[in-house]
Design a protein around this ligand. Sequence first.
Ligand code: 1BN
Ligand code: ZN
Length: 320
Amino acid sequence: MTSRRWLSLLTALLVCSLLAVSVSVSLRGVPVAEASQQPSPGNNVPSFDSNRAWEHLRHQVSLGPRPAGSAALNSARRYIIEQLEKAGIQTRQQIFIAHTPLGEMSMGNVIATIPGRRRERIILGSHFDTKRASDFRFVGANDGASSTAVLLELGRVLKPRTHEFTIELLFLDGEEAVNWEWGTTGADNTYGSRHYVDAARKAGTLADIKAFVLLDMVGDRNLVLRRDQQSTRWLVDTIWSAAAMLGHGAVFSNEPTEVEDDHISFLRAGVPSVDLIDLEYPQWHTAQDDLDHVSARSLQVVGDVVVASLPAIAKRAAQP
Ligand code: 1BN
Ligand code: ZN
């Protein structure tokens, strides 16, 4: 064979292997066809990439069970901070002592700030701890990892954009009850959100919080998010309208539901709040809440809807 033939054979091999790599990368998350259907934000800003979100989810699950106070949760917290800093987002930890049925426990929220034109803020939240289970190995692929993964990817997407309101990404510790039963909200659960709200009240910044959007269990393969009846009506309507506009009406169902979660701490303090949560998850609080029962496609839908909702939330929040 001539050297020219050798060269074209080598080039063909190189192109084939590059194509193989890109196909395998897209297969881990959303297929190429789906990715190309995402709305274009314009101005060269990144759009939500569920391949990246999937990697954040997978990494958290690889750390194993992550109950409040565990070494694995410390690693998860370090990972969250590392990823936010990589995206150029200023981050701080809010460490506190929680009084739990197991005694005093050190916990820590992570607060990341994307500055807007105004100091007042819109908060996007997720808990990153997993349920403490003594009888089985609980890794919380959906319950803990999915919403945290979406929030991390939202950080990368929202950082280069301009915002009227400051956007805060709030990673909450200690959402899960230490005892197996949840009990009543504000007893043995939602430690991180209760501490955050108390601290904001003491700092005199509670009135600066224009809205709180909580994500929880948003990775279910068969994702269905119902309208939580305790959530603030205008926030629910705003997000569900954006979902309908994007063609995600089947995921954002108009059926009602009711749930106790971290948003209750904010609602009690008078902050307009909403919980995007899928309660129809058969693997909830079982050993099967694993990678087989979550999907990158669900992360993509939720990420796209939150991004699309933010301008309308800000518009409403700007009203006197
Ligand atoms: C969400 C994830 N929750 C716990 N893990 C809150 C909840 C409490 C959901 C009671 C349903 C019932
Ligand atoms: Zn849970």
